[in-house]
Design a protein around this ligand. Structure first.
Ligand SMILES: [Zn+2]
Length: 304
């Protein structure tokens, strides 16, 4: 059993110290054994026609040769370098990549729960870093173009007088299962699939601790005060740029006042009811690859 949340738990070496060596990285980009995972406009490349057992598509250097891109070194996997390449500049990348193997670009969330953990982790990493590069082509300090360095883990401003280095960013978001003992608090947003309810969540603000963010978000969305905020686990969530930090928290009050800007509905659900309930249009649990699902499942099955 893998205890890591989906999109975490990869067993590769990120090679952080070595990727500062530009010659080493350049050699790996040209090495015949290196592999490339491609993203295109937010979608991830997988082998086509395997909906039940999806697999990442690992390309060779010759297959991406004609497409303009800046490879990002994800790490070393079983002694091979694996790079991410964003081929969004190409209008018809599948034609350029075609090599007799059927490939497709897909939303990682569609295949994520079914991918081998290592592949899910690599594709999530590739998606997240491609998104960061796409939005940091220009220096936020002086506006000059930036260039990729250190295997794609830094962008440096090309204006010599500025020279600011920019590092990949991840936005911390708290996500919390609030309970009052035998009941948990779930809410839903209007755009979600019918009946789907989930844990509350929100972004951490500057100058705020994680525990404060949990308490603030729960109060803003439902009017409930919480205590005993305890960390559970975390999950990379590059849709587009989050790190989900999961918590359990105990409610100090039970009267719900929903913020209609945030939620369509929120309610208390009995543990016993949820354990017997099958997903339907009145109550459907969140996606299997989400930490929200893990927070709910672990609370439901936690020994009392
Ligand atoms: Zn600059």
């Amino acid at each position: 059993m893998n205890d890591a949340n989906f999109y975490a738990g990869g067993t590769f070496d990120r090679a952080a110290p070595r990727r500062k060596d530009a010659a080493w990285v350049a050699g790996l980009i040209e090495a015949a054994e290196s592999r490339f995972v491609a993203t295109w406009r937010g979608r991830s490349l997988v082998l086509a026609g395997n909906d039940a057992t999806p697999r990442a598509a690992y390309l060779g250097r010759d297959q991406i040769g004609a497409i303009p891109c800046e490879p990002v070194l994800l790490g070393i996997v079983e002694e091979r370098a694996v790079f991410a390449v964003d081929v969004s500049a190409c209008d018809a990348p599948l034609e350029a990549l075609a090599n007799g193997v059927a490939l497709e670009f897909t939303d990682l969330r569609r295949v994520g729960p079914l991918l081998p953990r290592q592949e899910g982790a690599l594709l999530a990493y590739a998606r997240g870093i491609a998104y960061w590069h796409e939005r940091h082509r220009y220096c936020g300090v002086c506006g000059a173009p930036t260039r990729s360095e250190e295997g794609g883990h830094v962008r440096r401003c090309t204006d010599a007088a500025c020279g600011t280095t920019h590092f990949p960013r991840t936005d911390p978001a708290v996500i919390m299962l609030v309970h009052d003992g035998e009941r948990c608090l779930l809410g839903r947003k209007p755009e979600w699939p019918k009946g789907m309810h989930s844990t509350l969540a929100g972004f951490v603000e500057p100058g705020e601790s994680l525990e404060e963010a949990v308490a603030r978000e729960v109060f803003e969305e439902t009017g409930i005060r919480v205590a005993d905020v305890t960390y559970h686990s975390s999950q990379p969530w590059p849709f587009p740029a989050s790190l989900m930090l999961g918590f359990h928290a105990r409610a100090l009050s039970t009267a719900i006042t929903v913020d209609p800007e945030e939620l369509e509905h929120a309610a208390w659900y009995e543990r016993r009811y949820m354990l017997e309930h099958e997903d339907d249009d009145t109550l459907r649990l969140p996606r299997r690859d989400s930490i929200a699902r893990r927070l709910v499942e672990d609370w439901l099955r936690r020994p009392r």
